[in-house]
Design a protein around this ligand. Sequence first.
Ligand code: ADP
Ligand code: ADP
Ligand code: ZN
Length: 213
Amino acid sequence: MKIIMLGAPGAGKGTQAKQIAEKYDIPHVSTGDIFRANIKEGTALGMEAKSYMDKGALVPDELTVKILLDRVAKDDCKNGYVLDGFPRTIPQAEVLDKAVAELGETIDYAINVDVPDENIIKRMSGRRACVKCGATYHIVNVPPKTEGICDVCGEKLIVRDDDKEETVKNRLNTYHEQTQPLIDYYSNKGILKEVDGTKDMKEVFDDIVKILG
Ligand code: ADP
Ligand code: ADP
Ligand code: ZN
C-alpha cells in the first residue's frame, strides 16, 4: 500500500503516519525527518536544507526529489510506504507519479489531514520533537512520560528551530501557495481522502483506518 499524507504544517501528518506505518507494517518516510537527521550530523545536504527550513521556505525540488527517490528505492519500501511531507509541490508529485508508474504501480491514497490555520499556531508552539527517533510530542496534548525526554529512546526533546511563531506563519504561506494545489491534483486522480484533523488524534486515526480498511 502506497499512501501520501497531505496537510498544513502541524496538521498531524507525522503523528498519523507513524501509526499507519505500524498498523500496516510499511515504512514511514518523512523528508523533514531525513533533512533534520542530516542537519544533526552536519552533512552538506543538511546545511543546505537548513538555510531554507529556517526561513519557512521549501528545500528546492531537485534536491528533495533525489533524496525521496533514493529512499523509496530501498528494499523495505517494496511493499509500500507512507509518505509524510512529500510531495509538497506539483513538480514533486509529477516526479513521484512517474517513478511509481515506471514500476507498473500506483499511489493508493492521498489523505488530507484538514486543520484550519487558527489551530495550527497553537499546536506548533507546544510541539516537542525527538531528532534521534522522529517521535513527536505536545506539551499539553501528547506529553512525554518524563518532561523533556523521549519515551521511545530517552533522547532530550527539542523545540524545532522552524516552530517559532514567525517561521510558522511563513510555513503556512508556503503551504497555501505551493502545497495546497496538491489537493486538487490528487482529487482529479480520484485518490484523495479527507479527514478532519481537528478531532482527537485517536479519532483521526480511526477515520483513517476506515478509509484504508
Ligand atoms: P505534522 O507532521 O503535520 O507537522 P505533527 O504530527 O508533528 O504534525 O503534529 C503537530 C503537533 O500537534 C504535535 O505537537 C502533535 O503532538 C500535535 N497533534 C497531532 N495531532 C493532534 C490532534 N489530533 N490533536 C491535537 N494535537 C495534535
Ligand atoms: P511540517 O510537516 O511540520 O511542516 P516537515 O518536517 O514535514 O514539517 O518539514 C520541515 C521543513 O523541511 C519544511 O518546512 C521544508 O523546509 C522542508 N521540507 C520537508 N519536506 C519537503 C519537501 N517535500 N519539499 C521541500 N521542502 C521540504
Ligand atoms: Zn526518540
